[in-house]
Design a protein around this ligand. Structure first.
Ligand SMILES: C[S@@+](CC[C@H](N)C(=O)[O-])C[C@H]1O[C@@H](n2cnc3c(N)ncnc32)[C@H](O)[C@@H]1O
Length: 411
C-alpha cells in the first residue's frame, strides 16, 4: 500500500502535537520516524534528514540508556519465555554455532599470517562474543589466539547508579561497566588462548566512518542491528567487509513498522486512548482499523510474525505493569523498539547493497522454539527472532585489507 509523501514540517508537527501527552515521548517516536522514514514518508531520505538520523541515533541511544536496567532485561526474558521465543541468549548460542565453522574455514584457507578480524556491533556486556569464544573453546581452542576481536559498544564509557549487571560469573548483581564485565568474561580463558581484543566505545554511525574498507573478516551482531537507524547500513557493511568475509547476525524482526497502520493494535495494547489513536490514523490518512486490510496482503508467515511481535510487546507491557515500578511508564517506551525491520526487507536491503541472497549462500534459522532449529525459507522470513549468515557478492577488483587504527587493550 502506497503512503502519501509527508514533509519534514508535517512530521515535526505530528511529533509535537499527537504525542505531546502520550506515554511515548517525542524522542523515541522521532526515532521510529527516522528508522522508517522510507516507509512512512513514501519518498527517499535526503542528506539533511540523514544528518538528523545520526543525531537522533545518538540522542535516542542516550535516552534508552537512561531507561534500561537489569530489571528491564528480566521482564524481556519473561515475555520471551511466555510466548516461547528463545530470545537474545538462545540466539547468541545459535549465532556462535553458525560462526565457528566460518572461522575455522577461514583460518584453514588463509595463507598470510595475520589474525582473523572479528568485528561485533553492539556487544553490550559481551554475551554474544562470549558465546562465540565458548563455542570455539569447545571445538577449536587453538584457533582463538588467531583471532582479533573488535567489539563496538557505545555503553563502554558508561557506569551509572542503575546499571546493575547480573553476570553469571559473579555472585549477584554488581555495578560495573560493560567493558569490565566483558574483560572478566575473556579472562575466563587460559591466558595463552585469549584473543587479541579491541573494545571501541562508539556508535555504529560514527565508528564505521573511521575504519578502512575491507578491514573486517567476520562481522557479527547479536540483537543489536535493529538499533541502527542509518538506512544505509548494509552498504556500509559491504564496504568494510573483506571480499571473502561473512556476516552472521542474530536479531529481532517485525513487519509492524512497514506500515503505520500496523502499529494501531499495539498502540491499543499500550492503552493509548482511542482519541489519540484516531489522531494518529488521521495523520497518516488511514481509515479506522485499516490495518486489517493491510494484513490481508500478507502471506500467512508474515501475519504469524506480526502477531508474535504484538503478543511479545503485550506480554512485556503486562510484565512491566505487574512489576508496578515507578519507572514502568518510561520503560514501556522501549517496547516498540525490539525489531525494527522486517526479515524480508532486511534480506532485500542486504542484496541491494551487494550481499548474496542466493539461497545456497544464506544460512538462516528461525527460532520458533527453544528446541526446534530449522532451516527455513528466507524470503518468507516469519519468525521474530532469527539468525542468518550472508556473504558479500564477488567484486571484480580486490582491495587491500589495511588494519583499523585502534588501540589494543591488554586483558
Ligand atoms: C540487546 S543489546 C545486545 C548485547 C549483546 N550483543 C547480547 O546479545 O547480549 C543491544 C546493544 O546494542 C547497543 N547499541 C545500541 N545502539 C547502538 C549503535 N547505534 N551502535 C552500536 N551499538 C548500539 C546497545 O548499547 C546494546 O548494548
Amino acid at each position: 500500500m502506497k503512503m502519501q509523501p509527508r514533509t519534514r514540517e508535517q512530521v515535526n508537527e505530528f511529533l509535537g502535537k499527537t504525542f505531546a501527552d502520550s506515554p511515548l515521548t517525542p524522542g523515541p517516536v522521532e526515532r521510529i520516524f527516522f528508522n522508517y522514514l522510507k516507509n512512512w514518508l513514501g519518498r527517499k531520505i535526503d542528506d539533511s534528514e540523514r544528518r538528523k538520523i545520526r543525531e537522533v541515533a545518538k540522542e535516542s541511544y542516550d535516552c534508552e540508556w537512561q531507561k534500561s536496567g537489569c530489571d528491564t532485561h528480566t521482564y524481556i526474558k519473561e515475555a520471551e519465555r511466555r510466548i516461547g521465543l528463545i530470545g537474545n541468549e538462545g540466539m547468541n548460542q545459535k549465532l556462535a554455532m553458525m560462526v565457528v565453522p566460518f572461522i575455522i574455514n577461514m583460518l584453514n584457507k588463509r595463507r598470510e599470517n595475520r589474525k582473523i578480524r572479528i568485528f561485533e556491533i553492539g556487544s553490550g556486556s559481551g554475551d554474544t562474543a562470549y558465546s562465540i569464544l565458548y563455542a570455539m573453546r569447545m571445538e577449536c581452542l587453538e584457533a582463538i589466539k588467531h583471532c582479533h576481536l573488535i567489539t563496538l559498544e557505545p555503553a563502554y564509557a558508561k557506569v551509572e547508579e542503575e546499571d546493575l549487571i547480573d553476570s553469571s560469573d559473579t555472585k549477584g548483581p554488581r555495578k560495573e561497566s560493560n567493558i569490565a564485565v566483558m574483560a572478566a568474561k575473556l579472562r575466563q580463558l587460559p591466558h595463552e588462548f585469549r584473543p587479541k581484543w579491541t573494545p571501541v566505545g562508539d556508535v555504529f554511525e560514527s565508528y564505521m566512518a573511521s575504519v578502512t574498507p575491507g578491514c573486517f573478516d567476520i562481522i557479527v551482531s547479536g540483537s543489536a542491528m535493529h538499533h541502527i537507524p542509518d538506512p544505509r547500513y548494509w552498504y556500509i557493511l559491504r564496504d568494510k567487509i573483506a571480499e571473502d568475509g561473512v556476516i552472521v547476525f542474530a536479531d529481532w524482526f517485525t513487519k509492524i513498522f512497514s506500515h503505520p497502520g500496523l502499529l494501531v493494535p499495539t498502540l491499543r495494547d499500550l492503552e493509548i486512548s482511542e482519541a489519540k489513536i484516531r489522531k494518529y490514523e488521521d495523520f497518516f490518512g488511514l481509515e479506522m482499523n485499516e490495518y486489517l486490510a493491510i494484513e490481508k496482503g500478507f502471506i500467512p508467515e508474515q501475519v504469524k510474525s506480526l502477531e508474535q511481535m504484538r503478543s511479545y510487546i503485550k506480554h512485556l507491557s503486562d510484565e512491566l505493569k505487574l512489576a508496578g515500578k515507578a519507572r514502568m511508564q518510561r520503560d514501556s517506551e522501549l517496547l516498540l523498539f525490539e525489531g525494527h525491520h522486517s526479515h524480508d526487507e532486511t534480506i532485500r536491503a542486504a542484496e541491494e547493497a551487494g550481499f548474496s541472497a542466493n539461497k545456497n549462500d544464506i544460512i538462516c534459522h528461525a527460532n520458533v522454539s527453544p528446541t526446534i532449529h530449522t532451516r527455513y525459507n528466507v524470503n518468507q522470513g516469519s519468525d521474530i527472532s532469527t539468525v542468518f549468515a550472508l556473504v558479500p557478492r564477488k567484486r571484480k577488483s580486490r582491495r587491500p585489507l589495511p588494519m583499523p587504527k585502534q588501540q589494543v587493550l591488554k586483558i
